[in-house]
Design a protein. Sequence first.
Length: 1124
Amino acid sequence: MTEDMLDRSHQDQFRLTRLQVVNWGTFCGYKDFAIDKRGVLFTGPSGSGKSSLMDAHSMVLLPTNDQRFNASADLTARGSKQSTRSVVDYVRGAWSETNDEHEQSQTQYLRSGRPTWSAIAATYDNGHGVITTAVVVKWFTGVDNDPKSMKTLRQLHDGSFELTALEEWADRGFDTTWLKHAVPAFYPPSQESYMRELAQRIGLGTSKTALSLLGKAKAMKNVGALDLFIRENMLDRPETFAACTKMLEAFTPLNEAYQIAQRAHNQELILRDVPSSWITYCESGRTHNLAEALLGTPMERYLRGVHLRSIDQERNSLDEAIDALDTKLAEEQQHEERARDAYLSLEQQLRSENEPLRHLQVELDAANTEVRSRQHAYQLYSGQVARLSVTCPQDEQAFTALRDQLPAIGQQAHDEQAALQAQRHSVYAALAQAEERYDERSAELEALRSAASLIPQRAVRRREFIAQHTGVPLAQLPYAAELIDVADDQERWRPAAERVLRTFGLRLLVPEQHKDTISQFIDTNNMRGLIEYSIVTATSAHQPRPDRGFLAGKLIVDTDHPCGPWLLGQLVKKFDHVCVDNPRELDHHTIAVTINGTVKSPGNHYRKDDRSEAADPSSYILGANTRTKRAALEAAVAELDESRQKAKADADEIDSTFQNLSTTLSAVEQLRTYSSWSQLNFWNSQGHVRQLEERIEQIRADNVNLNQLEKARDEAKRKWNSATETRTNTKNKIAEHSARQTHLTERYEQEQRKPHSVDDEEHRTYLDEVYAELDVPVTTDSMPQVQSAFRKELEKHKSSAESQRKLAHTTLKNALDHFISRWPDTAPDTSGDVDHSGGDFAALHEEITQRRLPGAMNRFQRMISEDMVPSVSVLQRTIEKATSEIKQRIDMVNAGLRQVEFNAGTHLQIAYKANPSDDVKEFRRRVDLLLRNVTAAQKDPHESVAQFQRVRELMGWFTSEDSVSQRWSTNVLDVRESYTFYGLEQDSDGRTVHTYRNTASNSGGEQEKLVAFCLAAALSYNLARSDCDGTPHFAPLMLDEAFSKSDENFSAQALAAFEQFGFQLLIAAPIRMSGILEPFIGQAILVEKRTIDNEARSDAASATFGELTNRRIAESDGVVHAPA
């Protein structure tokens, strides 16, 4: 292709037009090479420095990791071991490697032992006047060869630049400040910024893959598996990763918004009861203080006022009652006078006719009085006699006989009582002991019904005492017995286990981290009984299981408890008793136990513990199953109750006997006061009364008029007495009312002189409310009851207010402490003082509910709907776009490959097959679910939270570092993974002639040709301009020692592919290849190395292809030989 044709076909392509080097490798001093736009061949003998010039261009064009120095020495294009040539070797001018006196490798340098510098400049031109010169400078300011001591400077110049301009800078001692002032250019601060600016200037674009491929092309050997090569080299890392990063960046503020909303929600929940509790706390406090303040003088004054009002009301009522009674009294006096006159008239008439009977009546009245007196005395006497359980005398003989017996009866009772006194004490002591044992076991049974273990209550209370004062949780201080139980199939050995392990079972287990705290507390405090404890140290969770023939083997341990493994180990060590069925078998073992609990210890020591606390099933302690022990305790309590009832019956019986004897002695003393039967003989008096009544009746029977007159007189007297009584009652009422009125007046005047009003309206109102709640009727005489009831009601108000205040304080304290422990940074006060900060926390709750929580939720809902889900949607669209771009680019590359024959009549095509993984499908399903719930999430906070959960779960797949999640993320984001790529060799009709999946399966020449086509396609893909048919915007392509295994035909086809795709070939190859390469390049530079003053130095100059042909012929004839 001629230069004119090149200019027309590849407009706007940047091509290398000039390469300058200073002190690069074995090239000493300044070298300047003009480069033909059609390409250049660096040729010469092996080792002459061809690759050094290629590496010089790599230093300017490629990032460090893609430079591949001395690529011709690579074994393969991918995964091969690189040569040892480095930048230091080029700057110092390494030219030979020998062994020193110690047989150690020693590199010979042209520029060692002094400061030195190297520089490379590459000039690129797009044919339209846009020229950029890229410069890289490396230097050592000292004599060392450490890469860390080497300094670097990069420049980008618009237009051409002469490297000789740097000589003054070197002469000035590498004064970079002076250089930047003297030589205007763009000085990037880092290689990254340098590469970014260079790529923008010369059309490299943003494809890192393109740079990597340009480095690999230098050593074009074998691309390996085509699928992997195309995926990793032809296809850039898709934009999906950047979109994912943006999505994750959007999730960060969303997650923060969620945390803020969640935090506000949690804060509102914790503080929800604070406002109402604060109001209750304040009001109940005021009420409590008010009630407490009013309980003294204010209450007395208020009740005194109530008293005065009740007195005043009663006095008014008495005034009205007295007025009514005065009127009634006047009428009753007139009625009484008339009744009296009628009676006196009849009495006078009767008296004149009844003189004989009057004396008999007087005698009868005296006889009746005597009868009543003696009857009363006999009733008292018979009552005392009844206490002796004997028949009461009814004549003087029986009276005298009983009186004579009284001393003997009294002495007998006294003797029996004295004898009973000692027995009485022992019976009462037995009753007290029975009741004490019953109460103790009943309390133990009641505690066991609600207990979680079988440990005695004294031990439980002792542990609670320790935990409460040390702060160690109860769950971390088990008794050994709580973690030990008898295996289900070994229940018959429980009595033996209980006897042997009782002391060990009541040992408290203390974790090692609490050792100092517990030990210090127990040592300095009275434990009110025996306590044993063991320190539980770290131990293996895999303890050996004891043999089932030993006592320890018949036990099970709760190894889920942190103390379990240690305890199991202790059981194995301490309770290795051989279990035998009868005592005879004990002799066969050093340590053993029978099923009934007889223990044999070393030294022929035998022991059996049959104390009730060890042998009684109601006292068992092993395990957590309380059913058996509860049944035993219930039986024991029932038996103790029977004993208690019997002891009580015995005590009641002896007490009854004792009291009866006391009654007998008292009755004897009383009866001895009756000295004469005449004091009791009311029967004689009754006879005298009957005689007198008969005489009076006889007289009256003989006088009929007298009887009638007596009846009229008696009736008149009755009426007079009734009238008198009625008047007297009324008069008495008037007197009572008057006296009452006088008394009330005195009390009123007395109370009125004292303070009797409450001036404070709030106090008076509150006291009125308390007064209204009283159920006691308020009268003048009920004031003590009213005062008592009022005080109780006021104290009830005070107590109720105090209870409400305590409850509110507890609620507030818990809420404040919870809030402060979780969010001390936002707490208005961290003291936890309810009085000091309760109002602030109530205000904070209002702030949260009215502003923070709604604001946080609105922001959260807005972000998840307007930011987060759209970001996920953008990622989905980016994935779809990247998938589409892969197809477009492959189609573009295939279009270029169709322009060049791969073999006669065939073309190479890159085939692809979409095979999206299940992970990709799952991602799409999740995205669809998010999009379906956008509207609901905008309206409903609960749906927003659910939407966030879905988003967070999705983000977790992208951010998790476990291998499954990372593989999932790669499958979703790297759309290249969804395709399988391979090569198809097709004829003109599109029929597949051959399929290429791995280049290593072909011959050397075929490999290099296939590599060339693949590289050409890959570079075309990554360097293609978006506004053309795939022609690379950047044309230079370096090939170091390429086509060494190809014949002319394969080489020509490969070179034709590069030319067809529009590349400017920069080739380093031996002279023998010049004939094959000539049609595809425009220039040849002959590189030679000569030894001067025992040092190898390289130089180069342009050569015609004719000169190279002659040189090639001469070499083949053996005339020209490459220097060693």
